[in-house]
Design a protein. Structure first.
Length: 159
């Protein structure tokens, strides 16, 4: 089963979670805080790769994207030009795969040293990062998006 992202959607989060009924990891695609689709036979990295491919860009080989997806938290965020979204990665606590944020519209709450809760609408995710790292990453997403949009004709920015 292959998921084709709809380019008209504003994708907010791609997050893995464990399904106790099927004993497998399910990736949830959310929009505006509500679950839009669950899909199992696709790794999160494949989702991001497909999404960027449809955007006319790529993870590998682009100067403005990470050379290797797993190093992507150390690099600048990825930009998806068609939907004007910026993607950034967080490592989740107790989850096999990272979470991908396509928005900077989330709140950060520090739970402990190197452990924060990111809240977006009614969704919340616990990640392995300090509050300073989370806020810095969120600010970088906003700054990077504004920088990208200023290079193009004026467009209404999607959250």
């Amino acid at each position: 089963m292959s998921y084709q992202p709809n380019l008209n959607d504003v994708i907010l989060v791609v997050a893995p979670h464990y399904n106790t009924n099927t004993k497998s990891v399910i990736y949830t695609y959310t929009q505006n805080g509500s679950v839009m689709e669950n899909f199992t036979c696709l790794e999160t990295t494949s989702f991001v790769e497909q999404f960027l491919y449809l955007q006319g860009t790529s993870i590998i080989g682009s100067r403005e994207s990470a050379r290797v997806l797993y190093n992507f938290s150390k690099n600048i965020p990825l930009y998806a030009p068609i939907t004007q979204q910026v993607i950034h990665q967080y490592v989740m606590e107790a989850a096999p795969d990272p979470i991908y944020f396509f928005t900077s519209m989330y709140e950060v709450t520090e739970l402990a040293k190197k452990r924060c809760q990111l809240t977006l609408h009614s969704l919340s995710f616990i990640v392995k990062a300090s509050k300073k790292q989370c806020v810095s990453r969120r600010d970088r997403i906003s700054h990077y998006l504004m920088q990208k949009l200023s290079l193009h004709s004026p467009i209404i920015c999607k959250p």
